[in-house]
Design a protein around this ligand. Sequence first.
Ligand SMILES: [Zn+2]
Length: 151
Amino acid sequence: MRLPDYPPPLLTPFAGIFYDGVAQGELRLPVCPDCGAVYWYPPAILPCHPDTAPGWRAVSPQGVVYSFTRIERSLLPDADPASVPYTLVMVHPIDAPAARVIGVLADADDGPVQCGDIVRFQPARVKDHWIPAFVRDQGDPQPDDMPREAI
Ligand SMILES: [Zn+2]
């Protein structure tokens, strides 16, 4: 298993909520307190209720692979060459189908990934910090759960 050699995230108050959740194994996403819409990436203004400040909630750790890509060369100039290749997956949590969360597929060596695969949020430790990561889950595939519209 290879993992990207990312530097620690910049923990702004907003990003800190997300990364505190990652360190605790919990996927926390911004939510509209008025209607319950969940977003990722976080919008500066909630499209559903622009006058409302977003809250946060933990979503299901189980999700569906929406898309994926394999990274062959690191974008970082001083990255450890042994950190590539790795696979990134874009996942929509099963209870937040409009959100798209990107993470490393930590078990990419176990076989090819496909859109529609069921994965589970399982953060990976890189040096002294945690990064969002997923592993394949034994859950039932739910291809009909794939959202058809963009955020
Ligand atoms: Zn709303």
